[in-house]
Design a protein around this ligand. Sequence first.
Ligand code: SF4
Length: 117
Amino acid sequence: MTRITEVTRTKKKGKIAVFFLIAAVLGLGLLLVEKDASKFNAQCPRDYFCDNRCPVDAISLDEHGFPQIDKSICLSWVPEKDEFDWDKCGLCLQGCPTRVIDLLNSDLEEREKHTLN
Ligand code: SF4
């Protein structure tokens, strides 16, 4: 009888351990998704139209595959105004299905994440 009770307790402990293991894995997954979250990333389809259209190769991809514009190369970047003037080039914006590139003018936090130099 005692042996049956011990086996039952061991099985219960095993189930609890599995439960906590699954919870830990899910929690870690949520943390990673949160780290990757941004307004820009939520709207970017990662179809790489922008990257393929840029005539001066100013767009590279970050570690998650989202575009980053090198302002020192981009034809639309106007340092004196501290903004992009898409009329100067804007090829990356023109074909973007969500036009998310334009967020880099209105949201400085997103600009920080998605531009270089
Ligand atoms: S505005 Fe033109 S130069 Fe600048 S990143 Fe877009 S496609 Fe490239």
